[in-house]
Design a protein around this ligand. Structure first.
Ligand code: ADP
Ligand code: MG
Length: 318
């Protein structure tokens, strides 16, 4: 869907993004992560041509992005920022309506779409559509930001640290809701964060950058189970193997019902007494495990494990 081929961006002599290559698949959440200044925002903004690359190629649906009109890239790629950037003098409805208005949608169609979008992001349309941004909370403003990015139903959404200014409880809630929302909308989402827990929880795949280079690209289980070098190991830190010795597979499984309906053959079986660390080797080879407790079994999907670990880490921090 989006392919980077040896993409380099220089600001003067400073190399911000250095020969980066990757392929973002349609319908996945692709997380760009790394320390401050590693080139995440630059990488993201090159996709919708807010920043021009210096050398290399970026393809969008197999065509170089330079072949698309700039306005088309801006309209067909939704964009959500950390700094909410809603227009303060406009209502929520007017904020969300910007791109549909530019696309000259009919008024009735816009009204209907706005109510649909507000509902999708968990906000009652009646209650919120005529308020102004300063009349809603930070978390609600970010929800409106997401609704606005989705307004004209773009296939791709870029999100630059959209939840990082929020308190931990709102952040967790918006992450959970984004996971649920993505099940309905199935967009290609490029999500920037500096928070490894958020990356493990949301990402189908994660791309870790350091000083403009790609250090590792892989699924959350590959990051946890097989970090490729010391930088990756240090970056995932507590989240990596070694950090969860005290959590057992059974702890995570407690939050899930025993399954009888699902076909549970084909996954490796792990004892509920095993530590999560010991389960990582299986998690890195499969997208789920069968948890065995006495003679009962249940399936635990990798996503559920990472979500549990991310949530338990966040509550440690509180
Ligand atoms: P991140 O989003 O990962 O924090 P950025 O993509 O914003 O990183 O920046 C990458 C590097 O490029 C940093 O060293 C930053 O200082 C530099 N940089 C970003 N924007 C500019 C700019 N407009 N002019 C010069 N240098 C810039
Ligand atoms: Mg940034």
């Amino acid at each position: 869907m989006i392919e980077f081929k040896n993409v380099t961006k220089k600001y003067g002599d400073k190399v911000a993004v250095d020969e980066v290559s990757f392929n973002i698949e349609e319908g996945e959440i692709f997380v760009l992560i790394g320390p401050s200044g590693c080139g995440k925002t630059t990488t993201l903004k090159m996709i919708n041509r807010l920043i021009h690359l210096t050398t290399g190629y970026i393809y969008f649906k197999d065509r170089p992005i330079s072949e698309y009109p700039v306005y088309e890239m801006r309209w067909d790629i939704g964009y959500v920022l950390q700094q909410i950037a809603l227009f303060p003098h406009m209502t929520i409805k007017e904020n969300i309506a910007q791109v549909p208005l530019m696309k000259k949608w009919e008024e009735a169609q816009i009204d209907e779409r706005i109510d649909e979008l507000l509902t999708m992001v968990g906000m009652e349309p009646e209650q919120f559509r005529d308020r102004r941004p300063d009349e809603i909370s930070g978390g609600q403003q970010q929800r409106v930001g997401v609704a606005r990015a989705l307004a004209a139903d773009p296939p791709v959404i870029l999100m630059d640290e959209p939840f990082s200014a929020l308190d931990p409880i709102s952040r967790e809630k918006l992450q959970d809701d984004l996971i649920d929302l993505q099940k309905q909308i199935n967009k290609t989402i490029v999500f920037v964060t500096h928070d490894i827990q958020e990356a493990l929880k949301l990402g189908d795949r994660i791309c870790l950058l350091k000083e403009g280079h790609v250090e590792q690209i892989g699924t959350p289980q590959e990051f946890l189970g097989a970090p490729q070098n010391d930088f990756v190991k240090n970056f995932i830190g507590d989240a990596g193997a070694g950090g969860f010795q005290h959590i057992t597979v059974g702890d995570v499984a407690k939050t899930h019902p025993f399954s009888t309906s699902e076909n549970i053959s084909g996954y490796p079986t792990v004892s509920s007494k095993a530590s999560i660390n010991d389960a990582f080797q299986y998690l890195s080879e499969s997208d789920g495990i069968i948890v065995k407790e006495d003679d009962k079994r249940k399936v635990l999907k990798n996503k559920d494990v990472f979500k549990y670990l991310a949530d338990s880490k966040e509550s440690d921090e509180r």
